[in-house]
Design a binder for this molecule. Structure first.
Ligand SMILES: Nc1ncnc2c1ncn2[C@@H]1O[C@H](COP(=O)(O)OP(=O)(O)OP(=O)(O)O)[C@@H](O)[C@H]1O
Ligand SMILES: [Mg+2]
Length: 234
């Protein structure tokens, strides 16, 4: 399919860290490619990055989903700011004696989105909604700088409902558009019932797509359609 003049760009934010942002991003990329859509992805800032073994890192997983060879050039194109320590990026950067201002990160994302020859561009943040992503700046600040609509990913662990609702409220307060929410099923055996968690979130006014831990992902096609139509004004 021909690339749209202006791609639909979506920021994937977490209600918490390690909840499934990259999982959802990769599933969306696969669904977009299967539907014949052009798709690009950015993970501008990544920490806990091991240059000797990065297939399982977020940039590595995104490149694999995009069907791109894992070359240093491809890596630089989607994740220019990479740090070794598995810490919030500004803390990891400090350990390497590097400053990490927000402005160049935002400028990089804007330039890549403007130049994208794709129907959909997915930008993955780091950690939870207000995890520090740059010096004195959280992921929320990057979202606000980019003005992108947000796909919010939460989990189903005990405490996840509060995290998701707090994040949704915070996005609203900052004037950012919540395009859709996804509840990615948590792996802990003791986690509350997945369907009950979804039902409870809906009762509080947030409709969320369920992403259960099953091999097939029938929710993705519907989520992709929602993103594309919402971004087109539907
Ligand atoms: N719905 C799901 N089904 C199957 N596996 C999942 C699901 N959600 C998350 N996972 C798995 O859980 C782990 C953590 O998910 P993922 O890496 O996508 O989280 P993240 O929010 O991107 O983390 P980070 O904050 O480090 O960027 C991964 O191994 C991922 O494949
Ligand atoms: Mg991730």
């Amino acid at each position: 399919m021909a690339a749209a003049l202006k791609p639909t760009a979506v920021f994937i934010a977490g209600a918490h860290t390690d909840v499934g942002k990259t999982h959802v991003a990769c599933a969306l990329i696969a669904a977009a490619r299967a539907a014949g859509l052009g798709v690009e992805a950015l993970k501008p800032v990544a920490s806990g990055f091991d240059p000797g073994n990065w297939a399982s890192s977020d940039p590595g997983r995104l490149l694999a989903a995009l069907g791109q060879p894992p070359t240093p050039h491809a890596l630089d194109a989607i994740s220019p700011w990479r740090f070794a320590a598995p810490l919030a990026p500004p803390m990891a950067a400090k350990l390497e004696g590097r400053a990490l201002p927000l402005a160049p990160i935002a400028a990089f994302c804007q330039a890549r989105i403007r130049a994208a020859e794709a129907d959909l561009v997915i930008v993955e943040g780091v950690g939870g909604l207000m995890s520090p992503i740059a010096d004195r700046a959280t992921g929320l600040d990057l979202m606000a700088a980019l003005g992108l609509p947000v796909l919010l990913v939460g989990g189903s662990y005990l405490g996840a409902i509060s995290h998701l609702l707090t994040a949704a409220e915070t996005l609203r307060g900052r004037g950012l558009r919540l395009l859709a929410a996804v509840v990615s099923e948590s792996a802990e055996p003791a986690a509350p019932d997945f369907r009950e968690t979804l039902g409870s979130i809906a009762e509080f006014g947030v409709e969320a797509f369920p992403a259960p831990r099953t091999a097939s992902a029938p929710w993705v096609a519907e989520l992709l359609a929602r993103l594309m139509s919402a971004a087109a004004g539907g």
